[in-house]
Design a protein around this ligand. Structure first.
Ligand SMILES: [Zn+2]
Length: 86
């Protein structure tokens, strides 16, 4: 049931042409590059500190920023699902 609701919220999010990303730390929504938000606003978080130590434009840095982006969206979708069940 929880998986079903998560799937629905992801589908709604992808309906529009603009992809919206949600911040893992402050749950704010972003329509543009969320990586810049993580670097400028959450540079003291453990994950971001680790990413900042990796050279710019490296594959690993891009991969970890993408992972952070996915985790933020997953956290948001999971929360939405939880409240939609109530
Ligand atoms: Zn944030």
């Amino acid at each position: 049931m929880i998986v079903f609701h998560t799937f629905i919220s992801v589908s709604i999010q992808q309906k529009g042409s603009i992809k919206i990303d949600y911040c893992l730390y402050c749950d704010t929504e972003y329509k543009s590059n969320i990586s810049k938000h993580y670097i400028s606003m959450h540079s003291e978080e453990d994950e971001v500190v680790y990413i900042l130590a990796i050279p710019k434009k490296s594959k690993r840095r891009k991969h970890l920023l993408k992972k952070l982006q996915n985790e933020g969206n997953f956290k948001h979708n999971t929360k939405v699902s939880y409240f939609s069940i109530q």
